[in-house]
Design a protein around this ligand. Structure first.
Ligand code: ADP
Length: 261
């Protein structure tokens, strides 16, 4: 199994206020990592540092290449928390938004090959039926799936998503997570996902990462439920709740560890 991300001793500060301290971990090909932790704990910053959008200290390798030398960006799809296209009122069609994901395009024309890639990504995310509609006229759930198609259009091997489900209704959320689960299980896409929906995604995720400035926990979801470090962070009450829910077969992590009855 090969490493997709190798992070070693990452440090980052905004105006000298430390946000990440000594964060080290490896993400292997095919992992589906759920990143959780308190608000302001540094999760979004960690993703930005990994992608070189913020300059941290420490060592980062993507697909075995040092970040500074890495230029295979088509291998990585990124769905940011606030996408500029969602905030702009420019009247672009859903199809044009997906086309923007082909970062190595040259010139203003669209080749047949590019169109085929766009259609394939829209097929995958069940968005083809509104390809010609103005992006802003779509529902939030539809927009989010179009943005996922944009992240997928270059057929990335690694997908990085920052709280993609926050604005979604329960039905769209389930559809969205099923889609990610399918991409990971069937196509072997490695996924790094910041989420608060631990219950919903728990069944798909293979590893949890708990970030609160430092890396509090990184391991399988089964290990997560029994982690002393997590129990100390979450407090005795939360740990008790998790245990209680486990015993009634409703682990909030959707975890399938042997303790569930
Ligand atoms: P999380 O994603 O876990 O909620 P963030 O990475 O967004 O955490 O933020 C970590 C800390 O960094 C927070 O205290 C936040 O206020 C601060 N922060 C985030 N972005 C900036 C910025 N651009 N400038 C200054 N401080 C920031």
């Amino acid at each position: 199994m090969s490493a997709v991300i190798e992070a070693e001793k990452l440090h980052f500060a905004y105006a000298r206020v430390p946000v990440l301290e000594g964060v080290s971990f490896t993400v292997e090909q095919g992992d589906y990592v759920g990143i959780i932790g308190p608000n302001g704990g540094g999760k979004t910053t960690l993703l930005k540092v990994l992608l070189g959008l913020e300059n941290g200290q420490g060592s980062i390798k993507l697909f075995g290449q040092p970040l500074k030398k890495f230029n295979d960006w088509h291998k990585i799809g990124y769905l940011a928390q606030k996408s500029p296209v969602s905030q702009s009122r420019f009247p672009v069609s859903a199809e044009e938004v997906v086309l923007m994901g082909l970062s190595d395009r040259r010139g203003s024309g669209v080749s047949v090959g590019e169109l085929k890639q766009v259609h394939a990504a829209m097929q995958q995310t069940h968005t083809r039926e509104y390809a010609g509609r103005i992006f802003h006229d779509l529902s939030i759930g539809q927009q989010q799936r179009v943005l996922l198609a944009r992240a997928l259009v270059s057929q990335p091997e690694l997908l990085i998503l920052d709280e993609p489900s926050t604005a979604l209704d329960p039905e769209s959320r389930e559809m969205f997570f099923n889609l990610l689960g399918e991409l990971n299980a069937r196509r072997g896409v490695t996924i790094l996902l910041i989420t608060h929906d631990t219950g919903e995604v728990g069944k798909y995720i293979s590893k949890f990462m708990y970030i609160d400035k430092t890396l509090v926990f990184y391991g399988t979801k089964e290990e997560f439920c029994h982690s002393q470090a997590v129990a100390e962070k979450l407090g005795a009450f939360a740990q008790h709740t998790i245990d209680h829910l486990h015993n009634h077969g409703h682990c909030p992590l959707g975890c399938l560890c042997g303790e569930s009855k």
